[in-house]
Design a protein around this ligand. Sequence first.
Ligand code: SIN
Length: 298
Amino acid sequence: MSVSFCGLELAHPIINGSGTFDAIAARRAFGAGLLHGFPFAAYVSKTITLEPREGNPPPRLWEAAAGMINSIGLPNKGLHGYLREDLPQLAEIAAGVAEQLGNAPPLITNVMGASATEIVRLLAACDEREEIAALELNVSCPNVKTGLDIGADPRQLEDVVRAVRPSTRKPLIVKLTPNTADVALCAQAAEAGGADAVSLINTLRATALAPGWEGEERRPWLGGGTGGLSGPAIRAVALAQVAAVAQRVSIPVIGMGGVRSASDARDLMDVGACLVAVGTESFRDPAAGARIASELAS
Ligand code: SIN
């Protein structure tokens, strides 16, 4: 079950999707239980931006028929808050997991910037921290304008990845958006710019209308107007996009999108993913990653 990924040794191929599992909150809720049964072979942080962000106005979630739409808007403490307050706690959790399970999950920090200059500052600051094993560049959040613009345009994406690549010696994963005409072209652009791996899919742009009385103007439910759809509803899209990307790049591919079971994970691996991330399912079952990894083993 162990996997080599960009020079990192992972105990199994199941990791978390960025922003879908808060390890610090999980330790508060589950205590030592989290360390015995840590669900992921590597831990990906929520997206960090240079400055703190409040995120989008509420409501931020809508339950869809087979998943959910989020319009969270990347709330976070900002780079310095993350490095000062959260990273030491995540490193402590990883060390606790190593004591219990024998392997520390490598920490992958996910970052997003509005420009190459911002991204360089984020990557360079993370590069100095030995607790961080790899970086994931989010160019795919549908809930903030700038992130998506970079990721949807292959030429811009290649230029940005090429410009920021030298600012870290750590493996750099580029998280792609499905909200583009040709995701495989974007993956190739990320590879040409110097990415060590790509991950996909992030959420599909979506919206939902608030219930309204007859004759009333209907309004979007979400405070941000639109959001990103995730969960089983997007699994078939993820499978198609991961397959298309895996055929066109030679760097490792992390597949995700609506994975609920080992069979879903296996599908993504069979079309070329070397790791599989679990996202929305962890909201329903925080131990889903561990369950899927053990189903996959058997
Ligand atoms: C969000 O915080 O809006 C979700 C993160 C993402 O879609 O990248």
